[in-house]
Write a protein that binds this ligand. Structure first.
Ligand code: SF4
Length: 366
């Protein structure tokens, strides 16, 4: 590292803390003036010992203020991602868009209400600029990575108007209740898939974490999404207080009967500063002091029915169960079936070739 940096800032998640601490120590040795921290990892207990300043939330304006700079308007950057294929090729290109930040809900396990305590909408002009840039670059599929897309109806409608204006397909991260109430309308307006929190198939568990969703409604919504050939990333959590190994196996087996393209199986983790942290640490105790294992793939607290080793084994079983070799063929089929409904089946082979060329070479074929 060069010795003439005045400030070095680190943006990190909880599981990255050990690596960040190593980097911080190196930076201090090299005589860096100030060390700043941001992103969800900066909520981790003890970070004040390593950093001169900690920024909570998205904090562009706070950082600018510290640097003595005035921000007029924040420009939404283009963030390009790809859907992969089992053969190592990129399947097609995705653009990432944020339309709001934070969340008005208060699920007890979630750090978002602590991280961004005052949710807000991004300006429509910034959103339109980035959508236009994606369109010009040949990107026709957008992933909306809001914590909770759709929580402000009027703003949401105006954002969807923009997707329609530029003829873009979109896949929002949203909640079951919001999607359930809007699916038919959104589908007519370019909705093509979703990232959604299923969290648990036990109603008591959902109620205890204040998720405010209904298991039956969730399952019905999954069926409706399948009928519409929608791409689904479902987040599911295991290792709740009342979970046992047989209960986890039963629910994962049941979920595999639904058309979920990517089942993200996570171990419930009482992240720092959440209500769940306080409940679990008082009632059972935290047993994992290596922050590197706070990646939602390890059990970090003293569970009444499951040991850390048992959790590792059941998680590995769950991933094998959820990802059969054929699964990776079904998702592109869904995607191109949906495309065919819009553009006609005869155009699909050429569309597949164009998508592959654009994603793998960056050449945009109009
Ligand atoms: S709805 Fe999602 S983002 Fe909002 S508090 Fe609950 S888990 Fe967090």
């Amino acid at each position: 590292m060069k010795k003439d940096y005045d400030i070095v800032g680190f943006s990190f998640f909880t599981y990255e803390v050990p690596k960040i601490i190593t980097m911080v120590k190196e930076a201090k040795k090299e005589g860096v003036g100030e060390l700043w921290a941001g992103n969800y990892g900066s909520l981790t207990y003890g970070m004040e010992d390593y950093f001169d300043k900690i920024f909570k939330g998205y904090a562009e304006r706070q950082v600018a203020e510290e640097l003595g700079v005035e921000i007029d308007r924040i420009k939404h950057p283009m963030i390009i991602d790809y859907v992969g294929t089992p053969w190592g090729l990129k399947g097609f290109t995705l653009g990432v868009v944020f339309t709001n930040r934070g969340c008005t809900q208060t699920c007890r396990f979630c750090q978002t209400p602590v991280f961004c305590s005052e949710p807000y909408q991004l300006p429509l002009s910034s959103i339109e600029d980035v959508i236009r840039n994606y369109k010009e670059a040949g990107v026709e599929e957008i992933v909306i990575e809001d914590e909770n897309f759709g929580m402000w109806k009027k703003h949401t409608d105006k954002v969807i108007d923009l997707f329609e204006k530029y003829d873009i397909n979109w896949h929002p991260m949203t909640r079951v209740d919001i999607l359930d109430g809007n699916l038919d309308d959104w589908y007519e307006r370019g909705f093509s898939g979703t990232l959604i929190g299923i969290e648990s198939l036990q109603q008591d568990t959902l109620d205890s974490i204040d998720k405010k969703i209904d298991v039956e409604k969730t399952l019905e919504l999954l069926r409706r999404l399948e009928e519409k050939n929608a791409f689904v990333i479902g987040y599911y959590m295991v290792g709740f207080e009342e979970d046992t190994i047989p209960v986890i196996k039963k629910s994962i087996s049941y979920l595999t009967e639904f058309s979920i393209d990517l089942l993200q199986i996570c171990v419930i983790t009482p992240f720092p500063k959440t209500p769940l942290w306080h409940e679990i640490s008082e009632k059972y105790g935290i047993i994992e002091d290596d922050w590197g294992k706070w990646d939602t793939k390890h059990l970090v607290w003293d569970h009444p029915n499951i040991s850390q080793e048992e959790m590792e084994k059941v998680l590995s079983w769950a991933f094998d169960k959820a990802y059969s070799p054929l699964k990776f063929l079904k998702s592109p089929l869904k995607f191109y079936k949906r495309r065919a409904n819009r553009m006609g089946y005869h155009k699909i082979p050429i569309k597949i070739i164009n998508d592959l060329i654009t994603a793998n070479t960056g050449i945009n074929i109009p």
